[in-house]
Design a protein around this ligand. Sequence first.
Ligand code: HC1
Ligand code: SF4
Length: 574
Amino acid sequence: MVNVTINDNQIAVEEGSTILEAAKALNIRIPTLCHLDLHNLKMVNEVASCRICVVEVAGRRNLAPACATPVFEGMQVTTNTLRCIKARRRVLELLLSNHPKDCLICEKNQDCELQSLAAELNVREIKNQGEMSKHPRDTSSKSIVRNMDKCILCRRCETMCNKVQTVNVLSAIHRGFNTVMAPSMNLPMHETTCTFCGQCVAVCPTAALTEVNNVPKVWDALYNEKKFVMVQTAPAVRVALGEEFGAEPGTLVTGKMAAALRRLGFNAVFDTDFAADLTIMEEAAEFAHRLQHGGKLPILTSCCPAWVKFFEHQFSDMLDIPSTCKSPHEMFGVIAKTYYAEKMGLDPENIYVVSVMPCLAKKYEAARPELTQDEAPDVDTVITTRELAQMLKEANIDLMTLEDEEFDNPLGESSGAGVIFGATGGVIEAALRTAYEWLTNETLEKVDFYDLRGFEGIKEATVNINGADIKIAVAHGLGNARRLLEDIRDGKADYHAIEIMACPGGCIGGGGQPYHHGDMEILRKRMEGIYTEDKNKVIRKSHENPYIKKLYEEYLGEPYGEKAHKLLHTHYVK
Ligand code: HC1
Ligand code: SF4
């Protein structure tokens, strides 16, 4: 341990700690901008490029960046001298001199770390305004807009994309004043191997990277009298939406959200969790089929579109192992425009399906040509949790004051298994709850598979089914997924089933969720919320959902049967 004094407070910290870490342990705030410490992911953005966190170290002439300066025995640090404050303000003024001043109409207005810092440091004029770097906006993709005029070169996106996700799409190109974070050759995003996971957007401190905003499309649909507009909400939305209205992360707002969606004017308010149960019926049946008929193993879950795009690009020699199941919200779209349309006497052409998702890749996924029926998309528009909050604010709907309401039926009822899709490990846990009972003909008494929960990058469990040990693995974050897939390709792993979610933490940490600004405690609380909702459910196994049973009886026939296959399964492309 090393003894350090910061602003006259003493503390002993581990050798190798930085001044910033020691200050944090003492509850002393040092402002930062480029710094990002995602400890759940064991990932730190180490570039120390912004120099906002400079502090004075006794005996040293120069100011030191707190995030990149290791402590030493007897070190004496002061964080709040006028020299530090002036230096921070100067650095910020220089950054602002090359930054657009359109804060009032910026996508990140009131959610921008640069804006907050300018307020905190009391910057009231932009000194040294000179030439500004100009870059064309990249609006080529369905998911992400790149506006590099707003980039401050903090390189968080590069760390996220290259180190955590191992996709290597974004890095600095050109030099000096022309430096820009971009795909190689400055290609438009839609021409790259970007998975649209949106994790770069999630950590961008400004509006350099934002989502494609589909809110106007949804308003148009809601005010189009010909359209019957249906909405579905992903499992992870209900534990995060409240944050946009001042609630603690993890607060369950399921009932308030259903009420709010009705106030917005949706004709039917449904739940993607219902479709998650449907996915389990298909995925568990596919898994059982592969196990019993010597099919290809391990089976890989396929509900995360960023993960699907990742394996299509990076593991195109292994396209026969992922499950062929469409993702739950896509299954929902098909069922809405077939079964539900028939039941309600609606013309599918007039049905407009909106998905509220924690995810940016779902926007891209909804436009995939494989996910259409007669050229009509299964899902018409995807908005994120943040965009739903935006709509509610536009309509003056104060979420937290609403009385709880129920989802509509028949596509609104779900089991606890459907809910846990929202957290890493949840999909495979949900599948096990069903596959176990189908394969053994016994009741599964303990439905909680604790080994598959939590933030460990790769989790494993073995479940005994009919005397055979079934090996399960879970990975979240595409870097962890890559490690697992490489082991499988090299013949070093003998798993039977694997769940992969592209975003760290699973969908609760999706790129469309309220910004966590690097506070990993927020993800932990959202995860807790997910498992609480599961515990509170009377039905916790997908195959026991009465509306799912009815759907098969009335329309689909057998799980993994011919009709189900036609409507609910897909294929992958190189
Ligand atoms: Fe997800 Fe899924 S769990 S992918 O993480 O399988 O986005 O929440 O909606 O479709 O159900 C996201 C979440 C979501 C799908 C489901
Ligand atoms: Fe990389 Fe994901 Fe951002 Fe694409 S969306 S650039 S894969 S972090």
